[in-house]
Design a protein around this ligand. Structure first.
Ligand code: BV8
Length: 246
C-alpha cells in the first residue's frame, strides 16, 4: 500500500474510533532532541544498562547513576514536545476514551497537553527516598547535591523502573482495565523497539479484541508482524499527516 493510501486509511479508521490506546517509547521524543536507548546514538551504545538502570548498579555506585540521571534531566529540561506529542494531545481532545501508556520518563506528553498518560517506567522528575519510599517532585537540573539525600538522611533514587524491577501495580491495573474491556477501536505503537514482553502483550490484547493496529517506527519490530499498517518513518512527520486528514 502506498504511503498516502496508508495515511488515508488510518485517518478514516481513527475518525470512526471512539476508544484509542497509544503505546509510546523513546522514539517519539527523538525529534525533541532526547537520545533513544538502542539507536546508533542511543544511551545503551556507550553505557551499561546494568550499571546505570538497575538496583544493583545503584547500590554499587549511586553517584555514577545520579550523574547519568542528572545529565539526562539537564538535557530534557531544555527540550520541547514535538509535533508527534502535540498531535496525540489534539486527538485526545476529540475523544472521551483515550490513553497513552508511555515508557518515557521525560514528561513531554504531559507538557504537550495530554491528560490520560500512564508512565509505566516512572518519571525522571520524581525522586524517592530509599528508606521511606516517599516520592517527591523534583525538577532541579542540574542537582546541587549528587546523590540527593532525604531529610531522614537516606539516599534518594530516581522514581523510575529499573531492569529487574516490576512495573507499578496501579499503572498496570489502569492499562489492563482500559484494554481488556475489548472495545479499543484503534491502537498506535509509536517509537519503541518493543523489547519488553508487556508492550507486545498489550498490543496483542488490543488487536485480538478487534482494534486496528498502527505502528510508527524507523525500523521493523516484533509489533510490525501483527500491525495492520506500519509506517517506517518519523512520528513527527506521520502523525501530523494523519491528523490533517481527520
Ligand atoms: C519487568 C529506566 C515484570 C527508566 C529502563 C526481574 C523481575 C522482572 C523482570 C525482569 C527481572 N530481571 C530481568 C527482567 C526482564 C527485564 C528485561 O526485559 N530485560 C531485557 C530482556 C531487556 N525487564 C525488566 O526488568 C522490566 N520489568 O518486566 O517486570 C513485570 C512487568 C509487567 C507486569 C508484571 C511483571 C523493567 C524494564 C524497565 C527498564 N528500565 N530504563 C529510564 O531511565 O528511562 S530501560 C529503557 O527501555 C527505558 O525505560 C525505555 O523506556 C525502555 C524501552 O526502550 P524504548 O522506549 O523502546 O527505546 P529504544 O531506544 O529501545 O527504541 C526506540 C525506538 O524508536 C527504536 O525502534 C527506533 O527505531 C525508534 N525511533 C527513533 N526515532 C524515531 C523512532 N520512531 C519514530 N519516530 C522517530 N523519530
Amino acid at each position: 500500500m502506498e504511503q498516502n493510501e496508508k495515511i488515508l486509511l488510518c485517518a478514516k479508521k481513527l475518525k470512526e474510533s471512539k476508544k484509542v490506546f497509544v503505546i509510546t517509547g523513546a522514539g517519539i521524543s527523538a525529534e525533541s532532541g532526547i537520545p533513544t536507548f538502542r539507536g546508533k546514538d542511543g544511551y545503551w551504545k556507550n553505557n551499561s544498562p546494568q550499571k546505570l538502570a538497575s538496583p544493583e548498579g545503584f547500590a554499587e555506585n549511586p553517584k555514577l547513576v545520579w550523574e547519568w540521571y542528572d545529565y539526562r534531566r539537564t538535557l530534557i529540561k531544555d527540550c520541547e514536545p514535538n509535533p508527534a506529542h502535540y498531535v496525540l494531545s489534539d486527538i485526545e481532545k476529540k475523544l472521551t476514551q483515550f490513553m497513552i501508556a508511555t515508557q518515557n520518563v521525560d514528561g513531554l506528553h504531559q507538557r504537550a497537553g495530554s491528560n490520560n498518560v500512564v508512565e509505566i517506567h516512572g518519571s525522571i522528575w520524581e525522586i524517592k527516598c530509599t528508606e521511606e519510599n516517599k516520592i517527591e517532585k523534583n525538577t532541579e537540573a542540574p542537582l546541587k547535591e549528587l546523590p540527593p539525600k532525604c531529610s531522614c538522611g537516606a539516599l534518594m533514587r530516581p522514581n523510575v523502573v529499573w531492569f529487574g524491577e516490576t512495573l507499578p501495580e496501579i499503572q498496570l491495573m489502569k492499562i489492563y482495565n482500559f484494554i481488556k474491556s475489548g472495545d479499543v477501536d484503534f491502537t498506535f505503537v509509536i517509537g519503541t523497539s518493543a523489547l519488553f514482553y508487556y508492550i507486545i502483550d498489550w498490543a496483542q490484547i488490543a488487536k485480538q479484541s478487534g482494534s486496528f493496529l498502527v505502528e510508527i517506527n524507523l525500523d521493523n519490530t516484533t509489533i510490525s508482524s501483527i500491525a495492520d499498517v506500519v509506517f517506517l518513518d518519523k512520528a513527527g512527520l506521520i502523525l501530523p499527516e494523519i491528523y490533517n486528514h481527520l
